[in-house]
Design a protein. Sequence first.
Length: 668
Amino acid sequence: MTWFWYSVSFFELAEMEIKYRPEIDGLRTIAVLSVIIYHAEFAMGSGKLLPGGFFGVDIFFVISGFLITSLMMSEFYRTGTISIKNFYERRARRLLPALIVVMLVSIPFAWMYLLPDQLVDYAKSLISSLLFGSNLYWNYSLQQYGAESALLKPFLHTWSLAVEEQYYIVFPLILLAILKWFKHHAIVLLTAGLLVSLQFAEWMTQQDASFSFYMLPSRFWELLAGGLLANILHLHPQKDNDALLNKTMPVLGLFLIVYSVIFIDLDSNHPGFVTLVPVVGTILIIWFANKNDLITQVLSSTPFVAIGLISYSLYLWHYPVFAFARVAFGDLSLYQKMVCIFLSLILSLVSFRFVEKPFRENKCPSVNKWLMVSLVFPLFFVSGFSVAFIQQDGYQGRIENLFSKEAKHTNQKTLLAWLDNTVNHSNFESESYFSGQYKEKVLVLGDSHVTAWGDAINSIYKRDDNVIVTLSYLGCGWKVVGDSVVNRGPNLKKHDKRCNATKDLLNDEKVSSSFDTIVLASYRPFSSKVNMFRFDLLKLLKKRNPNANVVIVGNYYQLTKGKVGCLGLMQQKMDNASICITHSDYPPVNYDHKEDVFFDEFDGLGYVYFDLIDNVCGEGLDGKCPYEYDGIPFMLDWNHMTPLFTRHITKQMLDRGVNLLDQGKRIK
């Protein structure tokens, strides 16, 4: 049994005549278990177990840098060069097969449990992972590692694979140049590069923590630390180490690693100088490990080696397993977390035995060629699904199909339209518009929510003598100057036509002063930086028509982006879906109007405030919030309600005596 584990692990090392060191697999075990426990978020007192478990990735970086550099140096001193082609082939056989299998298995679960916007995000993460650029994607899509929402991203953990692969692209060329022309100064040059990257990481973390966390320049020094050690051990083999150092340094190294994962958290200016703690600890164990040392013996034991050998598969599987479990079941219990770890372990064993092992072991060129070709179909399969998910906006109709047949009547595309065709000049050019044919003229103003509310008002309050106009200022970049709406800056091209037409109508005093009711249907109407514009616009319209009824829909019904995956909960037909709801007016609005500066400042508008959550859920988040109506799901994505559900809410309010088109006191 021991031979089975060892024989697979040292395949690459044996091929390059490098001595297998089982304690390094033991270090991998510490690294992967630390990461898994960190992502599982086991509660411990007021915090969580192993708050520094993320340092396991840094341990992996050091190990990878050491082994890769050792292999390349061995090849250089045997052949006088480094085959870049063979190096990349080995990396591909090592990383791609298991990664593609995990992606293939994850696709059905993504289809079942992810909301449309989550499915698009998932698809983009698959493509970026295949291109080993997921660290770029997660950084520039503003995904904060460690945030609650990050726990629902099945492939966020692949950022570290991207960092390693990007390192593998540039470092072999650097090392080859150093060994060819600056061999006697290799240690000095590598040390200088390490110090520059370390100092950059310390500085960049304070400037842009996300960039520093995800990107190669801030992580280069960690991999280079392992590479530097490989050079040192080539010149000064382990047997030359002092006996006292051999006894004490592994103990100190393990202490530094354990200390970092237990006592240092993510807010500790990492990566930076603080990251030296686990990095130096890893270096000391690799440097001074020896068969007579207790730490080395423990790390070289069969249990540690066994887990270390499947650590790559275990790292790949654990994050999507936990992510989909959280999407499906919400916050996980201790039992559910243990089941996720056990399932990850089983999947890793299968993946290692039937995927990793065959691709890594075969030396026969014809077999290798067949194995690599066998990756092409699943690679295109994953890519094809990902592109389709993105192009179809996450297949929004898929949500309806999860519920009753009646839900299929919901017009999802209307909800997400940019409203380019909403502005119909003929409505306003016709004399009948101003001649009194339309007794009630309603303007629904706001962002992407206007269509759903326009549809609801038009359906519930439909009369032949009413006209409902929906205008969206989403993406237009306006401000109010004097008595006009003007551009705050250049418009985005895709919005120019709609923005200019809408702005012209709002600046037409004859049209804008004709509305009897103005409804502001806007996400977070009281909390965004552009709120001044929204209320300035309402003031301008109210000034032109003092008798207009102004209604502001606030406290939007939406799904939290935190710990729960609400589509999974909706599929379970929960009686109480309040766990899925979050107040969107952040910072919180005081609904008793005693301390709320927003209400006080804009009371001059004389508007009606419609608190959506309080009205729909009764007692707010502690009450019973519906998750569907007559088989119709309440949400299309994380904050857009389906039009049929909006109609249901509007009808429900009307039945309870709340008329959005009537003047009256503010509605709580």
